[in-house]
Design a protein around this ligand. Structure first.
Ligand code: MCA
Ligand code: AMP
Length: 491
């Protein structure tokens, strides 16, 4: 079985691999640290990773992959209900965390391994002396990661991502982006989703290049790193929106973006207005790629292609993509007008939703195409233009996918809420913001917006909290009793 990270053993040993703030590891140090840790993980079954934006998380995930055990990245801001669900569903045998991390009650009973970059107390510089075994021999279809992703209803589902999906998506992106070991990537994305973890950490490591993680995103960090030798930036549209806002007053940021080799946006649509503002201030065009937790990456504007605002480019090598009519028939015309659902096939796909054969079966057509739920048209030259989603109950806020049903259920657990409906509305910064429509139990003293935001943040996760709350005497319902969300508007 080919290694996921050939550079760990074959690349220049002193090349920087990972940098988080002041702390960094060269390839030699990363090889030693993950080798030692991997030795302790063999046969561990699934392992959870407390995925803070730190060196430890990157080391933990690479070690798990070297040991051949699937890693389940956990959002360290997950509330108890969300965490409880993910832990009972994925049943990890242990959790990998940083030494100082305080783990909340749902993780209390789980065996814990503190990840230090030297993993066993052996200083990394002396890593050559440590017990480093061979990487585990596991097949290409073996699970590598289980990443939890929200659906329209119910709790998040664990998408089981096999090793071949990681290698094929990262190699396809290397082809599309001319991505090499000479690239230095900067990003400030969270490490519990595909974008920040797979593309942002495993991507540079598969190429033998470097990643500098900002810890948390800000435009100063982006300017500093791109002016200091980084060549690529990955971000969600909210980050590029904040860059576009800052550019007029920040010549250093404009200089930094102008010198980058590649600026890539994904996880949600980047508005044309932000594309244009960045291009006007820097002379550089952001390119978009389109992916999904279940499919990893499907399409991208290529480095040598035309960076056309509003499109996500062409299918990546190895990815079959079609637009399908409601009845399942394929749309063959590339006319820029005929709308269909994007369906994909290829080695980049997940294998299943953990413990959810029903949901897995429903996600595929009879002939094996994965239904993305995204609606698009194709331009005459094949460029894909996403125009919306099939399900209105999925909200993309800050690049996070959030299911309305999950938030409604959490709101209904608040004693002050009798009925609840959740919608998304346009937001210049977040793309969409979460809006809660509630019928209070006591109309005389309804719960405050802050109350409900805290309630959802503590049960699920802060990014799932409603930003706006409306009180209604009753929710609009049709004759069947179903809530008519389209009737929910402010005025
Ligand atoms: C605020 N906070 C709270 C509350 N209110 N905490 C608890 N209770 C509350 N009531 C905290 C938040 O946790 C956060 O903490 C801080 O206040 C600010 O939060 P917020 O305003 O919500 O967010 P932000 O800091 O402005 O974040 C914007 C962001 C973020 C940085 C763009 O949305 C982000 O990182 N998005 C990336 C999403 C992503 O990676 N998606 C990929 C999935 P603190 O300040 O401590 O953080 S999609 C994917 O993977 C597919 C494959 C793809 O195509 O890419
Ligand atoms: P997630 O389920 O969190 O992995 O998010 C995947 C979804 O993000 C896709 O189904 C799309 O709706 C959306 N998405 C990802 N990249 C883009 C993009 N470049 N443009 C528009 N939507 C995107």
């Amino acid at each position: 079985m080919a290694s996921l990270f050939p550079a760990l053993t074959e690349g220049p040993a002193d090349r920087p691999a990972l940098r988080f703030g002041e702390r960094s590891l060269t390839y030699a140090e990363l090889t030693a640290a993950t080798g030692v840790l991997a030795g302790g993980l063999k046969d561990a079954g699934r392992v959870a990773v407390w995925a803070t934006p730190t060196l430890e998380t990157a080391v933990a995930v690479v070690a798990a992959l070297r040991a051949g055990v699937p890693a389940v990245p956990l959002n360290p801001k997950s509330g108890e209900k969300e965490l409880g669900h993910i832990l009972s569903d994925s049943a990890p045998s242990l959790v990998l965390a940083s030494p100082g991390d305080e783990l909340p009650p749902p993780l209390g009973d789980l065996r814990r391994i503190d990840v230090t970059p030297d993993a066993t107390g052996i200083p990394v510089a002396d890593g050559e002396d440590a017990e480093v075994g061979e990487d585990a021999e596991v097949g290409e279809d073996a699970p590598a990661l289980v990443v939890y992703t929200s659906g329209t209803t119910g709790p998040p589902k664990g998408a089981v991502i096999p090793r071949r999906a990681l290698s094929s998506t990262l190699d396809a992106l290397a082809d599309a982006w001319e991505w090499t070991g000479d690239d230095v990537l900067v990003h400030g994305l969270p490490l519990f989703h595909v974008h920040g973890l797979v593309l942002g950490i495993l991507g540079p490591l598969r190429r033998g290049g470097s990643v500098r993680h900002l810890g948390r995103f800000d435009t100063d960090g982006v300017a500093r790193e791109l002016n200091g030798g980084a060549t690529m930036l990955f971000g969600v549209p909210t980050m590029y929106h904040r860059i576009a806002q800052a550019l007029p007053d920040d010549p250093e940021l404009a200089k930094a973006l102008a010198r980058a080799r590649l600026l890539v946006s994904g996880s949600a649509a980047l508005p044309v207005h932000d594309h244009e503002r960045i291009a006007a201030a820097t002379g550089r065009r952001v390119i978009e790629r389109y992916g999904m937790t279940e499919t990893l990456m499907n399409t991208s504007v290529r480095a040598d292609g035309e960076a056309r605002a509003g499109t996500v480019g062409v299918p990546l090598p190895g990815v079959e993509l079609r637009l399908a009519e409601e009845d399942g028939s394929a749309i063959t015309s590339y006319d820029g007008e005929t709308v269909g659902e994007i369906q994909v096939r290829g080695p980049n796909l997940f294998t299943e939703y953990l413990n959810r054969p029903d949901a897995t079966a429903a996600a595929f057509t009879a002939d094996g195409w994965f239904r993305t739920g995204d609606m698009a048209v194709r331009d005459p030259d094949g460029y894909v233009r996403i125009i919306g989603r099939k399900a209105t109950d999925l909200i993309k806020s800050g690049g996070y996918k959030i299911g309305a049903g999950e938030i409604e259920n959490a709101l209904l657990e608040h004693p002050g809420v009798r009925e609840a409906a959740v919608t998304g509305e346009p937001d210049a910064d977040l793309g969409e913001r979460i809006v809660a429509w509630i019928v209070p139990t006591d109309p005389e003293s309804p719960p405050t917006t802050q109350d409900l935001a805290d309630h959802v943040a503590h049960r699920l996760a802060p990014h799932k909290r409603p930003r706006v709350v409306h009180h209604l005497p009753a929710l609009p319902r049709n004759d069947m009793g179903k809530i008519m969300k389209r009737a929910l508007t402010h005025d």
